[in-house]
Design a protein. Sequence first.
Length: 287
Amino acid sequence: MGEEGVGRWEALEFAAGAACVAGRGDICPTGGRAKAVVACRVAIAPATAGSSPIEPSFQDFRSMPVRSTTVDHVLKRLESLGDPKRVAFNEKRGAKGAQFGVKTGDLREVAKELKTDHALALELWATKNLDAQMLAVLICTSKELSARELGAWVKAAKYAWVADWLNTYVVAKHPGKEALRVKWLEAKDPMHARSAWHLTGERVQKDRDGLDLDGLLDRIEAELEHAKPETQWTMNACLAHIGAHSAKHRERAIAIGESLGLYRDYPVSKGCTSPYAPEWIAKMAKG
């Protein structure tokens, strides 16, 4: 499934996180600016003497460069790219709060223009606007976030799409991610736990040395069925990764998936792989 394959927490979760990309391993205190940012001056038709400056239209903002700009200019640019259908799409899948409904492709284009700008990312995240936060994820510098700041971002990212972008593009690149993984595996907050299981699944794929896979399967077997929906998604993904990447543990991982039956009837698009662990394991192991 492509980027548009978001799902709901209980049944239509972000399925890019499932094995919708065949053969892919993953399933698919903020503060002010550190330094003053030079405001971008938009070239507008000159005003006559004594008149007020002409306010740029949304079309102006759609085409204007956004590099070296203020957070207000970026927000207006995002608003100009908004789509009511995308807003409805996000809300149907659990998004709450302010948003413009910017498509992910457009967000990536704006991020490409802005390039990395950590100070601006902090301001964008602080707006609590969904689109601004997704853009912040794309332009921030992971290592410049303290563990406390990163924890605050993870806890605040309630919508699956924002959470999964944050885990993939920021948390997974943070120099302190292993310490956070261990700490958050015991966290009561479901978003911290979601991130911890995401990181654990990543380690299962890339660096299993030192991981107690039997212990992880014990815990998954005991906790997965009754875990918070937000946490279930990445815990289930970790189960699938253990089964797919460790032949020694494959049979047990499949048995756990069959016994629990989680996501057995999950609706998937044509060409996508179900997040139901036995099917997912078979797909990844084969690939």
